[in-house]
Design a binder for this molecule. Structure first.
Ligand SMILES: [Zn+2]
Length: 436
């Protein structure tokens, strides 16, 4: 399918550096490196250590960061006649954002539900009016893979213009074998053709489809017996995720699905404790998930177990903003030693493509410090998608994934909220977006 779709995507192949392959970013007001001990996700005090350098420069050679340090030394070591030099004076330079939780591939749009939300309708009320996840499932099942790819690619272009250079994409709006496979094939095609790095997650257990309304166990069996083997066989996903929640998949069902995924090499993730504390955080720790996401209602005990098991807590303040479910208490989680990350949760119920806005919400609504929110949306988000060796910080040997922001310092990201501060996006050493 990828080759059939290739012409649809207006992006060049990955890993093709521009010009001589030498790019220098010179003299930003703040060079935020997030450098340091990044072998494990950051927690506690180290969440505030973002490695700010002043009077610094950075060199990318053939897509990889080859030097970062004091500008005099760096410039003296580079053949500047053969380099593209970007003057970043007065600006902020930092790693491209990693968005570790999105539902990018779906059809349709649900702005009609906003009025119902304003009138006080609950998640369940909206579903009973024909809205919610299942209305998106219907629209997605009716779409072709070409249509889905075009929609997803366009969304990812916009995310990139907001500074996101790596992303995780889940299935979950198909809810039958064919449609779930199609969504993951689209996500894989996107991964091959788009300049952003795309990780894929199988979320067949997102909701019980209408066909199985009266016997949900039958659907769990289908996920386990038919979907997981095909996902693994066709190498369509890196991770396996479950929406563990009352009325969706309980802890036993979630455990069974995630354990089966593990036997096929799919690393567990979890939608945990969004609407109620069902023990999702505890389950994430038990199965050794790479991340557990949401956590709005998790208990201290569950958070403590996650911290001990080194599970990244991916917090989704956009969902709290758009659904009035209350915000996760990030301050408490950080105090309990949890490594936290941030993500947009882009989906029809939370239509935002801006990690910058997530940083604002994290600071204003979840009591995170600006530096913590920077770490949570770069290196810790990279850990949540298994990509921390390649992206998430500005250190030699890592991909040249860098954004230049038209602000003086990182504290202005949350402070000057609901604006796009991105001036330039560089992916693997190539300038992929410049603000005109
Ligand atoms: Zn989600």
């Amino acid at each position: 399918m990828a080759s059939r779709m290739a012409h649809k995507v207006m992006q060049a192949r990955k890993g093709t550096p521009e010009g001589s392959g030498l790019l220098v970013i010179d003299n930003p007001n703040e060079m935020i490196t997030v450098a340091g001990n990044n072998r494990k996700p950051r927690r506690g005090e180290s969440l505030q250590d973002i490695g700010i350098m002043k009077e610094a420069a950075l060199v990318i050679k053939n897509g990889i960061i080859s030097e970062v340090g004091p500008r005099k030394e760096v410039l003296a070591s580079v053949d500047t006649d053969n380099a593209i030099i970007i003057d970043a004076a007065g600006k902020t330079v930092m790693p491209g954002f990693v968005d570790p939780h999105t539902h990018l591939v779906f059809a349709g749009s649900r702005e009609n539900e906003l009025r119902w939300k304003i009138e006080g309708a609950s998640y369940i009320d909206i579903a009973s009016k024909g809205g919610g996840i299942l209305s998106t499932v219907n629209a997605t099942r009716e779409a072709s893979s070409d249509e889905l790819l075009a929609l997803a690619s366009n969304r990812l272009d916009i995310m990139m213009r907001h500074g996101t250079t790596s992303i995780e994409v889940k299935s979950g709006y198909g809810l039958n074998v064919e449609a779930e496979m199609m969504i993951l094939e689209v996500a894989r095609a996107l991964s091959e053709e788009h300049k952003a790095d795309v990780s894929t997650t199988f979320l067949g257990a997102h909701a019980i489809p209408p066909e199985f309304k009266d016997h949900p166990e039958g659907y769990v069996d289908q996920v386990i017996d038919r979907m997981i083997p095909r996902v693994a066989d066709e190498e369509l996903a890196d991770f396996c995720d479950v929406f563990c929640e009352e009325g969706f998949f309980d802890v036993e069902q979630s455990r069974a699905i995630l354990e089966e995924g593990k036997t096929y090499g799919l690393v567990p993730k979890l939608h945990a404790d969004e609407l109620s504390d069902v023990g999702g955080a505890n389950l994430a720790a038990e199965v050794g998930a790479i991340s557990a996401d949401h956590l709005e209602k998790s208990s201290d005990g569950g958070i403590g177990q996650m911290a001990e098991a080194n599970v990244v807590g991916v917090l989704l303040p956009g969902t709290s903003f758009s659904t009035n479910i209350g915000y996760a208490d990030a301050r408490r989680m950080i105090d309990l030693g949890l490594p936290v990350a941030l993500a947009t949760d882009f989906n029809p119920n939370c239509w935002t493509k801006s990690m910058q806005f997530m940083i604002s919400l994290a600071c204003y609504k979840m009591r995170m410090f600006p530096a913590e929110a920077v770490v949570a949306s770069t290196i810790n988000a990279a850990h949540a998608t298994g990509r921390a060796r390649d992206v998430g910080s500005l250190e030699t040997g890592k991909q040249g994934d860098i954004i230049i922001l038209d602000i003086e310092n990182h504290e202005q990201i949350p402070y000057r909220f609901a604006s796009n501060h991105v001036d330039m996006v560089i992916k693997r050493g190539e300038i992929v977006h410049t603000r005109v």
